[in-house]
Design a protein around this ligand. Structure first.
Ligand code: FES
Length: 132
């Protein structure tokens, strides 16, 4: 790639960063949902969790600080839906609608990992969102 193309690429991607607010993200949630091969839970349960996550982030006005991505499979493939919180690197199991609500209230807003459903990561520490 020549320097001119690299410059154009960087400028184009920087515009996307600004447009999407990537520089404002505090956390990114990845949820196993709507899987091609639903193994960790039923597709219906995963889609319910995904839809709830989307709507609650909107209701809580957290969409600009908390990004979400629907992952086809996070490779754990049991006791799902599986959700991982970055950059905290906390992995959760059994992430049904009530568990999503707890993760949002206790972990994302309150800064306390939901120990009962966390199965990997440093569960002793987290940070509250700076906006709260
Ligand atoms: S199918 Fe959910 S983690 Fe693999």
């Amino acid at each position: 790639m020549n320097p001119s193309n690299i410059q154009n690429l960087q400028e184009s991607l920087q515009a996307r960063v600004t447009k999407l607010g990537i520089d404002q993200i505090h956390r990114h949630l990845f949820l196993c949902a709507d899987q091609t091969k639903p193994i960790c839970c039923s597709k219906a349960i995963s889609i319910d969790s995904w839809n709830y996550l989307k709507s609650r982030l909107q209701e809580l006005n957290l969409e600009t600080q908390i990004f979400r991505t629907k992952a086809n499979c996070l490779r754990v493939c049991e006791h799902g839906p599986i959700l991982v919180v970055y950059p905290d690197r906390i992995w959760y199991h059994s992430v049904t609608i009530p568990v999503i609500e707890r993760i949002l209230q206790e972990h994302i807003i309150g800064g306390q990992v939901v120990q009962e459903f966390a199965f990997w990561g440093d569960t002793s520490t987290s940070k509250t969102l700076e906006i709260f």
